[in-house]
Design a protein around this ligand. Structure first.
Ligand code: 5RP
Length: 220
């Protein structure tokens, strides 16, 4: 196991410790979340979980973690997920696994959104790529309008459409102010969701550097 994977596991295990029986739990997507699932399964808690992807859903079920449809849950006590970048002001980039639309809905539905990362994800400033999910309907027009409004190229990612049928693209230009970029992307008709997560969504970041695990409070 690599050092980075060890750090993912330690961050995930620390976050799993704050989950207690009776909670509703939103489960993110990715290799760090895979460690979270292992840690939750090891505790055999009576919890109700909703997954943000088919991959998470299948792993959770295999490990004996009870998952439900999002139709049956309207809020979460906690959601836990990885990230691709975490800036000092707690702006995040997510969507390396193309699951950011579902992940953002789950994060926004949670009383606490806890982000679990290895040390490499902590950055001085947010940079491209910024994942974006687009409606397939009018795709070429949406791409043209995005390119006209944003300061940089937007390219289609070579991945399958999302479970909700959305096309995954990446903005590759410069990111001076994440909030301005997030607003500009969101204001473009045809955009389903982008992978910039504002600090208002984030409760805490658990980051592991080697064996050192820290909780960074994002609510202050
Ligand atoms: C998926 C995500 C993941 O949380 C993000 O890409 C981090 O992945 P990993 O834990 O594998 O490093 O946003 O859409």
């Amino acid at each position: 196991m690599s050092m980075q994977d060890d750090e993912k596991r330690l961050a995930a295990q620390a976050a799993a410790e704050v989950v207690v029986g009776g909670m509703t739990v939103g489960l993110g997507t990715g290799s760090t979340v895979a460690h979270l699932l292992d840690a939750l399964a090891a505790r055999s808690l009576d919890i109700r979980c909703v997954s943000t992807s088919t991959a998470t859903e299948e792993s959770a079920r295999r490990l004996g973690i009870r998952t439900e449809s999002f139709d049956r849950v309207d809020r979460f006590d906690i959601a836990i997920d990885g990230a691709d970048q975490v800036a000092p002001d707690f702006w995040l980039v997510k969507g390396g696994g193309a699951a950011h639309t579902r992940e953002k809905i789950v994060a926004a539905s949670a009383d606490r959104f806890v982000v679990i990362v290895d040390g490499s994800k902590i950055v001085d400033a947010i940079t491209a790529p910024i994942p974006i999910e687009l409606l397939d309907y009018g795709l070429e027009s949406t791409l043209r309008r995005l390119a006209a409004h944003l300061d940089g190229p937007v390219v289609r990612r070579d991945v399958p459409v999302s479970p909700d049928g959305g096309v995954i693209v990446d903005f590759l230009g410069s990111v001076d102010r994440p909030g301005d970029l997030a607003s500009a992307i969101s204001a473009t008709p045809g955009v389903v969701e982008h992978g910039l997560f504002g600090p208002e969504l984030v409760s805490a970041v658990v980051v592991a550097n080697g064996a050192d695990v820290r909780w960074l409070d994002a609510t202050g």
